[in-house]
Design a protein around this ligand. Structure first.
Ligand code: PLP
Length: 387
């Protein structure tokens, strides 16, 4: 057998710092290493595998579609794409959907829609997009420009112009920038994921929503990581009681297949015209069939269960020895640790639990349907690794 880790290091572009584990299979919230070790999955492939690995319902939905029509191009109609868009709109009150293949692309579409809407309404010099410091919106040159973390920008200049980053939760700062600049849109995460699992305050979110409404500025919420049940609501913005004009999502939507979606509210539903935007793979029937099966299962009872598991993790870890702070929402949780987070992560892995980090925090994103017994076992191992 070839040594996969050496092959990968030799042939794969060096963009990822991978953990020294080769994964070969899994079932539900358990993952199997090539070395025969079994792990509890507390990362879901970074919030992607909403129902864990090789979930029966999801596999059936995907394989059924795979065996009948895997791709058509967007020159034809297919049912999974239309049915998924209907389900997303009915569950959110949004009006139309554009499908792409990733979070970055979902944000690209959101930004294009906001820019076009504002250019048509307020003139072509109205292009500034306001985002937050410490945000993460993707890796393309435009979504990097939107990302409010300088270290991602180094040596990739010039990025797409027209982005301003303000401090999260600074209502006065937000009002100032909107009064001084011609603002075409505001884009933010409800919980900054890569930035350290930091929820935005209710006051700030409400102020932004009010300001956008009063000034006719599209409010864009990046639900790439927070969406699709992850935060205990179908979309995290629902926990804030606001109604965005544009919602971008990806990660957990497909349950493990690549799909991005940009949901367009009433204000912007007809902004995109033929030729304005497109994606060869966007709305792929297999990805949409998988996503539809994910979305259909995220009902109120299921989301209540997500909230209960979240409460369990918070109760177990807040004030636990070695824990400085627990932040997050639903099953998107960040833990500031007394010990170096890398050491905690390594010890968790040695004891059979795969976690993530976000900045200097331990980050937990377990499958939404992780069985309580496995969650208890994982939390006990994490607690031991913290001290
Ligand atoms: C992961 C992420 C993205 C980028 O998604 P990709 O699918 O990697 O392009 C954008 N925004 C947020 C909030 C994310 O967490």
């Amino acid at each position: 057998m070839e040594d996969i880790i050496s092959l990968d290091k030799h042939y794969i572009a060096g963009t990822y710092g991978r953990f020294p584990v080769e994964l070969v299979s899994g079932k539900g919230s358990l993952l199997q290493g090539a070395d025969g070790k079994q792990y509890i999955d507390m990362g879901s492939g970074i919030a992607v595998s909403s129902f864990g690995t090789a979930d029966d319902v999801w596999v059936e939905a995907v394989t059924k579609q795979l065996g009948c029509l895997q791709h058509t191009s967007n020159l034809y109609y297919t049912s999974p794409c239309a049915l998924l868009a209907k389900a997303l709109c009915e569950k959110t009150g949004m009006k139309k959907v554009f499908f792409s293949n990733s979070g970055a692309e979902a944000n690209e579409c959101a930004i294009k829609v906001a820019r076009k809407y504002s250019a048509q309404k307020k003139g072509s010099d109205c292009y500034t997009i306001v985002t937050l410091q410490n945000s993460f919106h993707g890796r393309t040159l435009t979504t990097l420009a939107a990302t409010g973390q300088e270290h991602y920008h180094e040596l990739f200049q010039p990025l797409t112009p027209g982005f301003i980053h303000i401090e999260a939760n600074d209502i006065a700062g937000l009002k100032k920038v909107v009064s001084e600049k011609k603002v075409a849109g505001i884009l933010m995460e409800c919980v900054q994921g890569e930035g350290g699992v930091l929820p935005v305050s209710k006051e700030f979110m409400n102020a932004a929503a009010d300001l956008c409404k009063a000034q006719d500025i599209p409010l864009m919420i990046d639900e790439v990581q927070t969406g699709n049940g992850r935060c205990g609501a179908l979309y995290a913005y629902m926990n804030y009681g606001i109604q965005p004009d544009i919602v971008s999502t990806a990660k957990g939507l497909g349950g493990g297949l690549p799909i991005g979606a940009t949901l367009l509210g009433e204000k912007v539903q007809d902004v995109l015209k033929p030729g304005d935007h497109g994606s060869t793979f966007g709305g792929n029937p297999v990805c949409c069939a998988g996503a539809l099966s994910v979305i259909e299962r995220l009902d109120d009872a299921f989301l209540l269960d997500v909230q209960k598991k979240s409460e369990y993790i918070f109760a177990q870890l807040q004030n636990a020895p070695g824990v400085l702070e627990v932040t997050g929402m639903g099953l998107m949780i960040g833990i500031k640790t007394r010990r170096d987070v890398k050491e905690v992560l390594t010890q968790c892995r040695a004891n059979g639990v795969l976690c993530l980090t976000a900045k200097d925090k331990l980050r937990l994103l377990p499958p939404l349907n992780i069985p309580m017994e496995l969650l208890q076992k994982a939390v006990a191992i994490i607690k031991r690794s913290l001290i």
